[in-house]
Write a protein that binds this ligand. Structure first.
Ligand SMILES: Cc1cc2nc3c(=O)[nH]c(=O)nc-3n(C[C@H](O)[C@H](O)[C@H](O)COP(=O)(O)OP(=O)(O)OC[C@H]3O[C@@H](n4cnc5c(N)ncnc54)[C@H](O)[C@@H]3O)c2cc1C
Ligand code: SF4
Ligand code: SF4
Length: 840
């Protein structure tokens, strides 16, 4: 009988476990022993943070004793290896158990680096790496109010989110001037910081901690090198990782200068019978802190042990941050370090979106990208980079907002060799083969190819490729919004409406599974708002909302907010103008008349928002919803009343329209305009809804768009009387609200409607679906539930608690500095800030 090779695996993390799976799949000629220092078998460290949103240790586990037993794998938990005898080929555990090997695999991973700060070893000073760490953090949180994460990298931000979910006032302290400096450039870092702060996490950059001392208000005090301090009850170190290479160090295997067990392309260490894989291994002077390269190493090592030749040749380090509400993606050469590389940047500060692509000097290949605030193009961009796909003629179109003609990389454009899941190295061809072999559901493809079972970053692309494959075979595809709901947005809308569902929890319990994600939560928030028009700061809906809604104001680039009262139709009395002037003067706000005929006031600190709004509301103003996805402005000209050319009262119509639709939540913001004649002074043909007076009534234009990629509105109907005009707008808006995707402008929605303008006319004018009566009733109900959200907020003491610069103090944020220009304030520029700070 053939003698089996004895393989001993030290460490049962994600990579060690993957090796066991690979050995299992590749040969029955190995006898595998697994020694795990932890009290449990492998679990999903990548999704560790989900523990704080409800997942249990069992949910996270990747295997179990029964599975290993069924595979014939001998395993020990609480079995830390402390000795390697290379000559006799044996390892010894802490408890003295001895195991012989023919091949030894070190998969010992890494441990969190704790900087040598005096006081670092005190109670409640913790790290974030294992399930035991999570238990310790939960326990400490029970007696803590404030928590600080030291380290603003990818894991630090995840850890901060965890503290937030535990209900602590949360701070992140970062040594560098920006967050996630490894993956994101300075522009992206600034947007990211805003987003993190909007989540309620306070960020302190350029701070070096000197010592941890007893606190006065809290348990501890962090003393920084710039003589400032921060009080906290719990400290979580997330300042990087160090490879667990102690065994290799002690037992004379080759180690890199800065740590890590040196391996060759076959993952062998300096002893040919000992392999190292995962985060403890140093390949080509590089340690990979991600799971995908570890899995690739496990595959290569398993093959080599089984006598097959394969090589590890490095791995892609692109990542997406899995932080609820904050989208961040980093691809390849994000910092543009490749000589000759060029960059395109798109920076939409009002929307908090920053995108950069780095391309080769001849602009044909994508080298890297940074995405903050919107990672919808992550998958496409990653494919361009990984597969060296030729870029379109205007590479910038890849990151510009997609209106007409934007270039997208569909699943069908990908070559068969395209890597779809880089964690498990699954190609497009593997997925096509799975469909060939009879997989007709996504779950089957996942289980058969293992795609998307690692970090999960490829889930959307996997779904695209799979659905594309089914479509090319003529199979009907379901358009589920995400893995938590087997429904499209439209179907969810109908379910919520028909069953009168009022909360996300109720929806997911009845019709979904799991805990929800950054796709289904805001989608539900938008649907609930569109159906019920509830108060936006309702506690139940708050965690689902987009960030500007949280403060009923638009966050500006310097961390202040803008105040935008509604000035319907652009009409305002002298008395109201005086009030705006007085308020602006009293709070020293910058004032600007906008393109939408309103007056914006900039520079309000968060704690100033309530008193400012109180004064405005007392004077008869109401919120302009500048922060919401709802009607912003109805621009108008003076029309027939004053203008020689006017043929209808355009201002009266503008007022009627604005007052009717104000406050209604929609998939995206809406802009309207009304012109008094065809001279079109109000520019109605570039608006979502445009109305132009004619001798006989009104012409209605729909789905226009200004902005970066303008779209001319389509003429929908001519010479309408006022009543029919309003009826059509009611129906169009309800149909849009019901059927558009989240964050889809009307212009893009129109392009996506099968049948386009003609179809919309059939539905709205000819009532082809027999739903017009219902749509009108729905609009009437929404109109009837209007409220000024600022008025409601000022009357609600709980909602008012949000409006503070700091959770634990009434102080203002002294990072906000203005200078004067043209007799008004403006935010200080970076170079001016330095001058101001050093001035005595
Ligand atoms: C919160 C968090 C989020 C993450 N998110 C991502 C992500 O989104 N994407 C991504 O790609 N990666 C992510 N990672 C990194 C990813 O988890 C690691 O790359 C991966 O787990 C490494 O696997 P490993 O098996 O090499 O090491 P580990 O998972 O650390 O496993 C090593 C195991 O070996 C054990 N061990 C050590 N020494 C001994 C010994 N002497 N004897 C016996 N056992 C020993 C350890 O106790 C440990 O259980 C994240 C990590 C964390 C902590
Ligand atoms: S164009 Fe409008 S959105 Fe863009 S920066 Fe100017 S004011 Fe802001
Ligand atoms: S659109 Fe016509 S009515 Fe209105 S201001 Fe211009 S010219 Fe006058």
């Amino acid at each position: 009988m053939l003698v089996k090779q004895k393989v001993v695996v030290v460490g049962n993390g994600m990579v060690g476990h993957h090796l066991v799976e690979q050995l299992q799949a590749q040969s029955d000629n190995t006898e595998v022993t697994v020694l795990s220092a932890e009290p449990r078998l492998a679990y999903d460290r990548v999704h560790l943070s989900e523990f704080f949103s409800g997942k249990t240790a069992d949910d996270l586990s990747m295997t179990n004793p029964e599975q290993y037993e069924a595979w014939g794998v001998d395993f020990r938990t609480n079995a830390k290896v402390v000795n390697i005898d290379k000559v006799n080929k044996q390892v010894v555990t802490e408890t003295g158990e001895v195991f012989s090997y023919d091949k030894l695999v070190l998969a010992t991973g890494s441990y969190p680096f704790v900087p040598p700060i005096p006081g670092k070893d005190r109670d409640h000073c913790l790290v974030y790496r294992t399930i035991d760490d999570l238990h310790a953090i939960s326990k400490s949180a029970e007696t803590s109010k404030v928590g600080v994460v030291i380290g603003g990298g990818l894991l630090g931000l995840e850890a901060a989110n965890a503290l937030k979910e535990l209900g602590l006032e949360t701070h992140v302290v970062e040594f560098a001037p920006q967050l996630m400096g490894v993956q994101v450039d300075a522009g992206g870092g600034a947007v990211l910081r805003n987003k993190i702060e909007e989540l309620g996490v306070q960020v302190h950059t350029s701070k070096a901690t000197n010592v941890i001392e007893d606190g006065e208000q809290c348990r501890y005090k962090l003393c920084f090198s710039d003589d400032t301090v921060l009080e906290t009850d719990l400290i979580l170190f997330s300042a990087g990782i160090r490879p667990y290479d102690n065994l290799a160090r002690e037992f004379d295997l080759e180690i890199g200068e800065r740590g890590g067990i040196t391996i060759n392309n076959q993952c062998q260490t300096s002893d040919a019978n000992i392999y190292a894989i995962g985060e403890c291994a140093l390949w080509n002077n590089f340690i990979f802190g991600l799971v995908a390269p570890g899995y690739a190493m496990a595959k290569v090592a398993a093959k080599h042990i089984c006598g097959e030749m394969d090589s590890f040749t490095g791995a892609d380090m692109s990542t997406k941050l899995k932080l609820m509400g904050v989208e961040v993606g980093s691809i390849g050469d994000a910092h543009g370090k490749t000589p000759g590389s060029l960059a395109y940047t798109y920076d939409d500060q009002p929307e908090g979106v920053y995108k950069k692509i780095v391309v080769s000097s001849d602009k044909t290949k994508l080298l890297g990208a940074v995405l903050v605030g919107d990672t919808s193009n992550y998958d496409s961009l990653l494919q361009y980079m990984l597969n060296g796909i030729e870029l379109p003629e205007s590479p910038e179109s890849l990151i510009l907002p997609s209106v007409d003609g934007a270039v997208t990389l569909g699943a069908s454009a990908l070559p068969d060799t395209a890597t779809i899941c880089s964690c498990l190295n699954v190609t497009k061809k593997d997925i096509v083969d799975a469909v060939d072999q009879g997989c007709t559901e996504l779950a089957q493809v996942k289980s058969c190819t293992k795609a998307s079972t690692g970090c999960g970053g490829c889930a959307a692309l996997l779904k695209d490729v799979f659905e594309n494959e089914l479509e090319t075979r003529g199979v009907e595809v379901k358009k589920d919004i995400c893995e938590h709901f087997a429904y499209s947005r439209k179907e969810l809308f109908d379910l919520i409406k028909v069953e009168q569902i009022k909360t996300f929890d109720e929806l997911i319990e009845k019709h979904g599974q799991g805990l929800g994600c950054e796709i289904c939560k805001p989608t539900t928030a938008s649907i609930l708002a569109s159906i019920y028009n509830d108060y936006i700061l309702e506690k139940l809906h708050l965690p689902l909302q987009d960030s500007n809604d949280n403060f009923l104001a638009n966050l500006q680039k310097d961390g202040t907010y803008s105040v935008v009262p509604r000035i319907a139709g652009g009409e305002i009395t002298p008395d109201k103008l005086i009030v705006i002037g007085e308020v602006a003067k009293k709070y020293n706000l910058y004032t600007k008349i906008t393109g939408g005929q309103r007056i914006d006031m900039f520079g309000a600190r968060v704690e100033q928002l309530p008193p400012i709004w109180q004064e405005l509301i007392d004077a008869g103003f109401e919120t302009g919803h500048a922060y919401g996805k709802s009607v912003r402005t109805v621009k108008s000209c003076v029309g027939q009343t004053w203008c020689r050319f006017g043929v209808q009262d355009s201002l009266d119509m503008a007022l009627e329209v604005e007052n009717r639709y104000k406050g209604i939540r929609s998939p995206h913001k809406l802009k309207f305009a009304v012109s008094g004649c065809t001279r079109e002074c109000a520019e109605a043909q570039s608006k979502d809804i445009g109305i132009i007076a004619t001798e006989n009534g009104w012409n209605l234009y729909v789905c226009g768009n200004g902005g970066m990629r303008p779209r001319h509105a389509d003429l929908f109907a001519t010479d309408l009387d006022s009543e029919t005009l309003i009826k059509y707008i009611d129906r169009i808006l309800v149909f849009y609200i019901k059927t558009a995707d989240r964050l889809q402008r009307t212009s893009v929605w129109m392009e996506s409607l099968e049948g386009g303008l003609d179809y919309l006319k059939q539905v709205v004018i000819d009532d082809s679906l027999n739903i017009c009566e219902e749509m009108e009733a729905q609009m009437a109900a929404l109109v009837g539930r209007y409220q000024c959200e600022w008025k409601t907020t000022l009357e609600d003491p709980i909602a008012m608690q949000r409006f503070k610069s700091f959770v634990n103090s009434d102080e203002s944020d002294d990072n906000i500095v203005f200078v004067e220009e043209r007799e008004q304030i403006r935010p200080v520029r970076e170079e001016e800030r330095i001058a101001i700070v050093v001035e005595p």
